[in-house]
Design a protein around this ligand. Structure first.
Ligand code: HPA
Ligand code: ZN
Length: 350
């Protein structure tokens, strides 16, 4: 392992910004800023029940996951055309590039759109056009992960998979999101088995608000390679052992957990404990337009609240590449870039 030199605290924000990183937990619909919601609402003639951008933004005060999801799905209702999906993802990639994200794996929720009559093709073609452009113009490698909404039935998920089949080559994998409690992973065992047989990678939200048993069943029943959130694993030492031994990544989203009241404050967040336990934890933004910041803001506020430094910064960035669905040679290239960046912060005596 690389020997990380400590750096002066005043240089930490610059390091957190400049170090190359992967973002593995971003719902692209959660990057829709109020300004773009209003613009698309006017263009597509879809009314939204808020006077203006400020009124909408001030409604972003949540008590739990469900209170957020209600507003998040309302915001996504302005997305109609292929260009709308392109514009949303394009805006995200510009922000991600500023935070030195060099690889991004985007979640999208097709059922939120197909139920309103938006064709699967418009969603996937719009997003993938923005992905291709980000690769060419920003040097960000990308992939798409289709998420099934767990508050809907497994039949609905199977139908959605069928609709996505003509676009299978655009997808690296599938995930599971939306309201967790009462919708355990095993509700989706058939559709995940189908996706596995198709060669798709598998991930699932588990242990955000739900119990450790949901993390066990995401691993054992669905066979996922990564757990999204997973912070409730702290309640189960046997599960922590398993995650450590198998190096199952957790894609943690500190500002999301703060805004949805999973932890009372960032100082109470368990991410530093999970890292110290030897788990492959990463830092991500989840729904940055709703939770008060993109990935750099998540790093900065977490590091300030928990008193973390260069060593942890390196570990989180390294974990983000390790946990990604990049090829081994792509990972090696990013590990090298990470080292070069950290070397550039070492202060040599004159
Ligand atoms: N949890 C579950 N579903 C979601 C989330 C989340 O944090 N964000 C968008 N959909
Ligand atoms: Zn999420």
């Amino acid at each position: 392992m690389y020997n990380v030199h400590p750096i002066a605290p005043k240089r930490l924000p610059e390091l957190l910004k400049r170090m190359p990183k992967a973002e593995l937990h971003i719902h692209i619909e959660g990057s829709l800023e109020p300004e773009l919601i209003f613009k698309l609402s006017k263009k597509n003639n879809i009314p939204i029940p808020y006077e203006n951008v400020e009124a909408l933004r001030s409604a972003y005060a949540f008590n739990n996951l469900q209170s957020f999801l209600d507003i998040y799905y309302a915001g996504a209702s302005v997305l109609i055309t292929e260009d709308d999906f392109y514009e949303m993802a394009h805006a995200y990639f510009l922000k991600a590039a500023q935070d030195h994200v060099v690889h991004a794996e985007l979640f999208f929720d097709p059922q939120t759109h197909t139920v309103r009559g938006v064709p699967m093709q418009a969603i996937i073609h719009g997003l993938s056009r923005a992905c291709k452009e980000a690769e060419q113009t920003l040097g960000i490698t990308t992939c798409l992960i289709l998420c099934f909404l767990r508050h809907l039935s497994e039949e609905d998920a199977l139908k959605t998979l069928e609709e996505a089949m003509p676009f299978k080559n655009y997808l690296v994998g599938v995930g599971l999101d939306s309201g967790e409690v009462g919708n355990p992973p095993e509700k989706f065992s058939k559709v995940f088995a189908k996706c596995k047989a198709l060669g798709l990678k598998l991930v699932a939200h588990a242990g955000e608000e739900g119990p450790p048993s949901y993390i066990w069943s995401a691993l054992d029943v669905l066979g996922v390679q990564r757990i999204d959130h997973g912070v409730q694993c702290i309640k189960d030492p046997e599960l922590i052992n398993r995650l450590r031994l198998e190096r199952t990544p957790l894609t943690v989203c500190p500002l999301s957990n703060l805004k949805l009241k999973v932890f009372p404050s960032l100082a109470d967040h368990n991410i530093a404990k999970l890292l110290a336990e030897g788990l492959c934890v990463t830092i991500n933004s989840d729904d940055p337009a709703y939770f008060g910041g993109y990935i750099y803001e998540n790093f900065l506020q977490t590091f300030e609240a928990l008193g973390l430094g260069a060593k942890e910064a390196y570990a989180f960035a390294h974990n983000s590449f390790e946990a990604s669905f990049m090829t081994t040679s792509e990972k090696e290239k990013r590990y090298h870039e990470l080292k070069v960046c950290f070397e550039s912060f070492v202060e040599h005596d004159a």
